[in-house]
Design a protein around this ligand. Structure first.
Ligand code: SF4
Length: 147
């Protein structure tokens, strides 16, 4: 069993081409900073929607709850994403730290646009995974906070 500390990192920051547009968003300073850790890549959208995929947004619905809705086909995929994120956490319940891609509807931490049902931005908040991770007590930060 490894005694190294563990960190969850958004897979696109590690160079995996799993973004909605089929590209990655490598952040070499993050991999460098955590080189002594066991790095666990994380991407909840790819298994649910595939890559490339339609863009999605966090939308505050009439019931005041935040849902994840696909931009053009208007499908509510909140349940599917939550299932994916919770299954991942169940498998990695010993990890206490996560570095997640800023502004993403899944991974963004304190940086994700929150829209109303007319798809107008009304706030900045957390993506669905960042929210769940944070609620579960993980120390979450974005790639912009890693120096
Ligand atoms: S931001 Fe998160 S959900 Fe989006 S591609 Fe990167 S890892 Fe996947």
């Amino acid at each position: 069993m490894s005694l190294r500390k563990k960190v969850i990192i958004s897979a696109c920051l590690l160079g995996r081409a799993c973004r909605y547009d089929g590209k990655s968003k490598p952040a070499l300073h993050v991999s460098e900073y955590y080189k002594s850790y066991d790095i666990i890549p994380f991407c909840p959208e790819e298994p649910v929607l595939g890559t490339p995929r339609e863009r999605i947004s966090v939308v505050k619905m009439a019931d005041d709850a935040l849902h994840v809705i696909t931009d053009s086909s208007n499908r509510d995929i909140t349940k599917h994403l939550k299932f994916e994120i919770l299954s991942f956490l169940k498998e990695h319940n010993d990890v206490k730290e996560a570095v997640l891609k800023s502004k993403s509807p899944s991974c963004g931490f304190k940086s994700t646009p929150i829209l109303n049902i007319k798809k107008e931005q009304i706030a900045i908040g957390n993506g669905i995974a960042a929210q769940i991770f944070s609620d579960r007590g993980l120390h979450v930060k974005s790639e912009l906070e890693v120096d």
